[in-house]
Each structure stands twice: as C-alpha cells, then as structure tokens.
Design a protein around this ligand. Sequence first.
Ligand code: HEM
Length: 138
Amino acid sequence: MHSAEKPSLYDRLGGVYSIATVVDDLIDRLMVDPRLNANPLVDEAHHRVPPAGFKYLVTEMVCWAAGGPQKYTGRSMADSHAQLKISGKEWEAFLDDFQQTLDKFKVPAAEQAELRAIVNSTRADIVVDSAHPPAANS
Ligand code: HEM
C-alpha cells in the first residue's frame, strides 16, 4: 500500500482537545514547581499571569507549531521570557515536567520526539545563558 501523505503532528496528537489537555496538565505542573519558582522573577510572573490565559496561549502556540489550523497570537518567546532570566538548570526542570506530562498521557515515542524538537527549538530564545554561558566561578 502506498502511504498517503503523513498526517500532521497536530492530527496524530488528536487535535486541539488533546493538545489543550496536555498543556493544562503541563502548566499546572510548571506553576507550582519549586525548582522554577526558586527564580523570583518566574515566581512573580507565575502568580501574576491568570492560568487560563496562559494555557490558552501555550495551546495556541503548540497547535500552530504542530501544523494545526490555529495561528499563534502571543508574544515572541524572546519577548515573553527575556525578563525572567531563565537558567539552564531551570530549563532542565521544565524538560523534566514536560516529560512527566507526556508520559502521563502516554504520548507515543515518535510524537514525543517531535514535541521535544519543537520545545528545544525555543531554548535559545528562553534561556539567558544559552548563547553566553556564565563563566565558572573564577
Ligand atoms: C524553563 C522554562 C520556562 C519557564 C520558566 C516559562 C515561564 C513563563 C512565564 C512565567 C510566562 C509569563 C510571562 C509574563 O507574562 O510575564 C511565560 C509565557 C509564555 N511561555 Fe513560557 N516558560 C518556559 C518555557 C516555555 C516554552 C518551552 C514554551 C513553548 C514552547 C513557552 C511558551 C510560553 C508562551 C506561549 C507564553 C505566553 C506569551 C505571551 O504572553 O504572549 N514557555 N512563560
């Protein structure tokens, strides 16, 4: 059988309802993660931003990046994260939360890898020390 064009990541994930459900769980996890809230700038923003709007924007973005019909209407990753001064260690904590969410919903390995690639493509815009790592304590 000749395979037709491969369905988009968006369709393979189950569309907006599935993606919104995953984002809902992930944001709930991130907003209370003490490894992230140890950064006072992140803690302040996590308590200022209404979770429903935050979830809406992240859902919109993931749907768009996965090939769905949505258009992302939020700010750029650099604009929305630069002031938070997110470190490489905090990024690792984020990835750990992300992995826990993907596993909870039993997202298949291939789709997990594609989602990780989307997330990793934003790292340089989000982590402050990715381009210029701070000098070791010397
Ligand atoms: C360590 C990792 C991350 C932390 C601690 C973090 C934290 C935050 C916080 C606190 C805000 C609210 C900023 C504000 O309004 O003042 C925000 C906004 C946002 N973040 Fe993140 N974020 C992280 C990674 C990511 C990643 C990987 C993505 C997507 C792939 C993402 C997508 C968004 C979006 C779409 C917004 C809304 C932008 C807007 O307000 O228009 N974030 N993030």
